[in-house]
Design a protein around this ligand. Structure first.
Ligand code: DX5
Ligand code: ZN
Length: 216
């Protein structure tokens, strides 16, 4: 099953609850939560308090994307009854195995994200430990950037690696996804599709969610 995870980074924060209600009503599956620290990426977004304000206001699970240094210090803050995944960046984790085990010990699925320039080979010894691999199709830090085409090939190779090694992690993509490029991406093997600006900047957000779902 392919799931849509709208990123609330592009939502209207003055009416975040209403924006989330819109995507939920239209059938979105997951809420993608982009956390940026101004160090790992050159932008600051929001923290656990904002995410926790949605607990109970929506039934959708949270997919937390930590674009931060020293994520081990903060993962506990993002654990709620609705947190499905917490994903850290390979580039931010010198002890990635330990960090993934830490997340799993909290009862949450553990994901690892790769920047566009980072090779899949950096995951050679960790694939069995990951519940999710997130392929970044933009350089993280901002919504509304253009999709980087090499991510498509990366997804295909990752899927082949998963089959070869008999792993069962979820494949996610994030960055620059729109109605034009989503089909090749899901055909390549992506099961969790993040879309920020193409959902929340649409003139009719509910209609845009339904358009995405009709492609899956
Ligand atoms: C980028 C974030 C993305 C972002 C996607 O650093 O990780 O999740 O919100 O936004 P769009 O879909 O607009 O590229
Ligand atoms: Zn993200």
């Amino acid at each position: 099953m392919i799931r849509l995870a709208p990123s609330i980074l592009s939502a209207d924060f003055s009416r975040l609850g209403e924006d989330v209600a819109l995507i939920e009503r239209a059938g979105a599956h997951v809420i993608h939560v982009d956390v940026m620290d101004g160090h790992f990426v050159p932008n600051i977004s929001y923290g656990a308090t904002v995410m926790k304000s949605l607990v109970g206001r929506t039934k959708l699970p949270f997919d937390v994307h930590l674009m931060i240094e020293h994520p081990d210090q903060y993962v506990e803050d993002f654990v709620t009854d609705q947190t499905e995944f917490i994903t850290v960046h390979q580039e931010a984790c010198p002890h990635l195995h330990r960090t993934l085990q830490h997340i799993k010990s909290l009862g949450v699925k553990a994901g690892v994200a790769l920047n566009p320039a980072t090779s899949l080979s950096t995951l050679d010894y960790i694939l069995e430990d990951a519940d999710l691999v997130l392929i970044m199709s933009v350089n993280p830090g901002f919504g509304g950037q253009k999709f980087i085409g090499s991510a498509l090939e990366k997804v295909k190779v990752l899927k082949a690696l998963r089959d070869k090694n008999n792993c069962d992690f979820t494949i996610e993509i994030d960055g620059g996804i729109n109605l034009e490029n989503v089909k090749p991406v899901t055909d390549a093997g992506v099961e969790l599709v993040v879309a920020g600006s193409s959902v929340f900047k649409a003139s009719d957000v509910e209609k845009r969610v339904r358009e995405f779902l009709s492609v899956f």
